[in-house]
Design a binder for this molecule. Structure first.
Ligand code: MN
Length: 294
């Protein structure tokens, strides 16, 4: 099933004919704050699935192009992200470590945005904001000390994810924390519709230029390893999102660009890049430019 969130927070199932509103069957109040109902939907999905399927079959599809796609899970417990998880990206960054021995960091939930929302560049003279094309994993069940062999039991689904970043040497979390720096979408594809997540082609274009073209089979710390490592440290909850790391080919975006990410079985997400007015912070006053090593 392809589960989307759209317009003012409605829940839809994306079918061949378009998006069908299943908000009531999902038990989601679009206007509730904090917006935790989509998180609860993931936790209760097995129970709700028959009602969602019925609503999707009976409802009237609307073309996806006529709705505004939002981030599917706006209020997860956390977004876990793995740095330097493809060897060729490690080489281009000149990084002497990999996710296997470095571990992970967290992106703030407030950085989440959706396919229908632009990436807003902060006003940081002398700095580049880069795209990182990543497979996003949505956790489906409470997970603690998961053994490698059991990883599939804990995955709800997959989505395209952009880990946007201000290049520099400052604290990684701060550079990756701006609002709209974590687009996820265009929807969540449930795990049963992704036959082999360990071998997904993932591509990213900026306007018409192909910048990143990789396959999840080249991950350094693989998907079972990421779930094992993260759940060894902390409890993963339904709705938690894992950004699995970017392959080589990261690069700057500027206002007016369109970023297009496409992952096998997960669909295609296109987000506009616009220039914002705020966001200056003293740690970013020093100019910096990434010089790729390879
Ligand atoms: Mn990343």
């Amino acid at each position: 099933m392809r589960l989307a969130r759209y317009d003012n927070g409605r829940i839809g199932v994306v079918t061949a004919g378009g998006i069908v509103d299943v908000t009531d069957a999902a038990g989601v109040d679009p206007l509730a704050w904090p917006p935790i109902d989509p998180t609860r939907l993931v936790a209760d999905f097995d129970r709700l699935r028959p009602a969602l399927e019925r609503a999707a079959a009976e409802g009237t599809p609307v073309p996806v192009s006529q709705v505004k796609l939002l981030t599917p899970i706006p209020w997860p417990n956390k977004v876990v992200a793995f740095p330097v998880n493809y060897h060729a990206h490690g080489a281009e960054m000149g990084a002497g470590y990999r996710a296997t021995n470095q571990g992970f960091f967290l992106k703030p939930n407030s950085s989440l945005s959706g396919a229908g929302e632009p990436v807003v560049l902060p006003d940081l003279p002398g700095r580049e904001v880069h795209h990182e094309s990543e497979l996003g994993i949505v956790i489906g069940k409470t997970a603690r000390n998961v053994a490698r062999a059991d990883w599939k039991d804990y995955v709800f689904g997959y989505a395209c994810l952009l880990d946007m970043v201000v290049r520099g040497r400052e604290e990684r979390v701060a550079r990756k924390a701006y609002d709209t720096f974590c687009p996820v979408g265009p929807w969540i594809t449930t795990a049963d519709e992704v036959p082999d997540p360990t071998a997904l082609r993932m591509r990213l274009w900026v306007d018409e230029e192909l910048r990143q073209d990789a396959n999840t089979k080249d991950l350094v710390l693989d998907i079972p390893g990421m779930i094992e490592m993260a759940s060894a440290v902390m409890t993963l909850y339904p709705g938690d999102i894992i950004a699995t790391g970017t392959p080589e080919g990261v690069g700057p975006v500027v206002a007016g660009n369109k970023i297009r990410i496409e992952i096998d079985h997960c669909g295609e997400m296109i987000v506009d890049v616009v220039q914002g007015t705020g966001g200056r912070a003293s740690m970013f006053e020093e100019p910096y430019q990434l010089v790729k090593k390879a």
